[in-house]
Ligand binder design. Sequence first.
Ligand code: CP
Ligand code: NVA
Length: 312
Amino acid sequence: MKSDTPRHFIDLWRLDGSDLRVILEDAKARKAARRGWPKGRPDEDHPARDRTLAMIFEKNSTRTRYSFDAAMRQLGGHVIISNAVDMQLGRGEPIEDTARVLSRMVDAVMIRANVHEDVERFAHWATVPVINGLSDKGHPCQILADLMTFEEHRGSVRGRTLAWVGDGNNVCASFIHAAPKLGFKLNIATPAVFHPDLMDLARAVEQQGQVTTTEDPREAVRGADCVITDTWVSMGDTDHDERIEALEPYQVDERLMGEAAKDAVFLHCLPAHRGEEVTDAVIDGPQSLIWDEAENRIHAQKSILAWCFGAI
Ligand code: CP
Ligand code: NVA
């Protein structure tokens, strides 16, 4: 990597496990250091003082939008938020030009894009760090918040077993990317028709990752320390009825949770569709960590931003 190449945060499989570990530990320390503080008070070290983050959304968002905004405020920086449709991007201005223009105006850009290649093109032309705030191929910020949440409650993820049940989607992809980097085992259960990306699986094997796939949710969950699912119909998916039908046997209910380790936890990136991918009893039950998980989006992203700015 050229020394002047910005520190992009786009695909976990491209990053060093040691950097991911630094980000996770910084996030935990920052969270602990500000316990009890009002949410708008900046951290003492202000690692983003005088920095501005631009956010571009091609798709809807609640958590990513609010958590990055709150994160920048807590880091002592500023944000500019736009929906892509309101920008010239929405009228066909090339993404390459947008990347070069924004690079002259802000210190980093977070983009939530329909098509992953657009995030990569943006980063190629940007001269400031670019963060993937979700694409069709990954959701790396979410996975750092999820792993942070697991570790807060159950200790290091290294050597532990996480089970993904449902659609082999973008969030699943980032778990596959993270598994070899942070040394956890990932068991994935999906219907054959909605299997995870084969390139991701092949790369995980190349990187000595322990990632298994099956069509049987019970097999994936058996003895797992953590059970994770996500919506069956992601933003941009058009085959709603086909998905609901194929994924119905993959609902995470109390019986399926009963196959996991006794102290297993449940994660879901949200938004959830209770009664589809997960029952009320599980998502609102004692094993569910979803509210900590949502809060941790702020803490994990503060450390992702600090890393992008070279402050950690
Ligand atoms: N989990 C997540 O990224 O949520 P939003 O779509 O609300 O940002
Ligand atoms: N897989 C979901 C995640 C939403 C945060 C989607 O892409 O819509």
